[in-house]
Design a protein around this ligand. Structure first.
Ligand code: ACO
Length: 427
């Protein structure tokens, strides 16, 4: 196999070295292209652009493979979320001492500064919790201004603990704000998922007992969402971080990117669509027909993926959890049946088969959240809590990479040519 590709244009030849990744994927190194030829590449949506060399997550979208730091996602389902977070951020599975230290450092930071409380009160009660989460994450940076230098490893380390510790508190408080209940403080003797559930559902008037199956299912969902290489929100975190912004601001930008319905907001859309289908006498075929109609902007949320052209391995695991947890918690959920029928109809439809559109991570996750009593607008927030260690790992890898430059794509200008200014009274 050749280790160089040649581009020829108008008598100018450009030799692009081929970079080979550790799983054999090949990339043309075009870093000198513009310098040597004056040309740029055009790739809207970056479908063919490798923006980084990364050692964190490997996806083979054709085969439906996902690995964190080499470990198949299916083998990490018995790990803890903090163990997987450590793996993503530090590159290796932790020993029990390393995990204990990591856990301890995170639980030491779960409280928010009391000055943050009025911040939540300032939002309207119907504010979307993703907007609150993104704003509060950025606002957190204002309390730690002497510890957010991206090039200082000690500052980065403490920022990692603070973000991992405080985001569940912020997330739960944004929910409490929306329902007018008192904010519940974190409890450091609880596990990561249990602590979050307690801050969501406990009230000061009564003791709260967390269902272990619910906590376990949530922990697993967090693991399944923990990283997914250069997706929209992760690329946003890297892009913003490439300007040497602190970790808080970079993660806040990632949360905002995740909120979009084509990205992490899709889990909320899926359940809303399933409700609409159910209300329309379960007319699954009508919704599939709408999704296929080129004149209708409607797409089936939870279907399709830029990288997976096969069943998303996370969706397979989530479907199994849904089968178990939804049944146990709420018995037969009619929406789960609608989802299964929708999947069956879509997977046997030529439109979806030809375009290789399969259920993605968002298709079944919302049904599990719903069965846990988590309200719809909180679904993308749970996605963000899961994705946090991935964003941190990718940001850290980017800041430590000597090849990192500020992210600044080129463009192909197609606007007006040179013209002179015309004063208002002469137009
Ligand atoms: N329903 C109907 N048609 C679809 C869907 C869908 N869910 N997804 C893609 N298509 C069609 C497109 O219309 C297009 O058809 P065409 O070739 O006839 O024009 C073709 O499949 C390819 O779609 P693109 O938009 O080019 O694919 P892209 O890789 O850019 O988009 C995306 C991927 C955004 C995920 C898309 O599949 C989608 O909108 N899905 C629904 C939203 C969703 O579930 N998002 C969550 C993704 S996972 C995540 O971010 C966590």
């Amino acid at each position: 196999m050749s280790d160089r590709a040649t581009i020829e244009l108008d008598g100018v030849t450009f030799d692009a070295p081929v970079i080979v990744g550790s799983e054999g994927e090949r990339a043309l190194d075009i870093r000198r292209l513009r310098l040597d030829t004056g040309l740029v590449t055009y790739d809207p949506g970056y479908g063919n652009t490798g923006s980084a060399q990364s050692a964190i997550t490997f996806i083979d979208g054709e085969a439906g493979v996902l690995r964190y730091r080499g470990y198949p996602i299916e083998e990490l389902t018995d790990a803890s979320f903090l163990g997987v977070s450590y793996l993503l951020i530090h590159g290796e599975l932790p020993t029990s001492e390393e995990l204990e230290r990591f856990r301890r450092n995170i639980t030491l930071h779960t409280l928010l500064r009391e000055d943050m409380r009025p911040f939540f009160d300032a939002f309207p009660t119907d504010a979307h919790p993703m907007a609150i989460l993104a704003s509060a994450t950025n606002a957190l940076s204002t309390f730690y201004q002497d510890h957010y230098d991206p090039s200082d490893p000690d500052d980065v380390e403490i920022s990692i603990y603070r973000l991992m510790a405080k985001l569940p508190t912020v997330a739960a408080w944004s929910y409490k704000r929306s329902i007018g209940q008192p904010y519940i403080y974190p409890s450091n003797e609880l596990g990561y998922a249990e602590n979050f559930l307690s801050m969501m559902f406990a009230v000061p008037a009564e003791p709260y007992v967390c269902d272990q199956d619910v906590a376990d299912a949530l922990e697993l969902l967090l693991i399944l969402h923990a990283d997914h290489e250069q997706n929209c929100s992760t690329s946003t975190v890297r892009m913003v971080g490439s300007s040497h912004l602190n970790l808080f601001g970079s993660i806040s930008a990632g949360i905002t990117a995740l909120w979009g319905p084509r990205h992490g907001g899709a889990n909320q859309d899926v359940v809303q669509t399933l409700m609409q289908i159910h209300e329309s006498d379960d007319d699954v075929k009508a919704f599939v027909a709408r999704a296929k109609d080129p004149k209708d902007p409607f797409r089936l949320p939870g279907f399709g993926h830029r990288v997976y052209k096969n069943y998303d391995p996370r969706a397979r695991i989530i479907k199994e959890i849904a089968d178990r947890v939804v049944g146990k918690l709420v018995g037969a959920d009619p929406l789960f049946e609608v989802a299964q029928r929708l999947e069956e109809v879509a997977l046997n439809d030529d439109f979806f088969v030809e375009r290789k559109l399969y259920p993605n991570v968002d298709f079944y996750s919302g049904l599990i959240y719903r069965s846990m009593g988590i309200p719809l607008p909180m679904f993308p927030v749970l996605f963000a809590l899961g994705r946090l260690p991935g964003w941190i790992a990718q940001w850290k890898e980017m800041t430590e990479d000597p090849h990192t430059r500020i992210n600044r794509p080129r463009q192909v200008y197609v606007g007006a040519g040179y013209r002179t200014f015309v004063p208002t009274d002469e137009r």
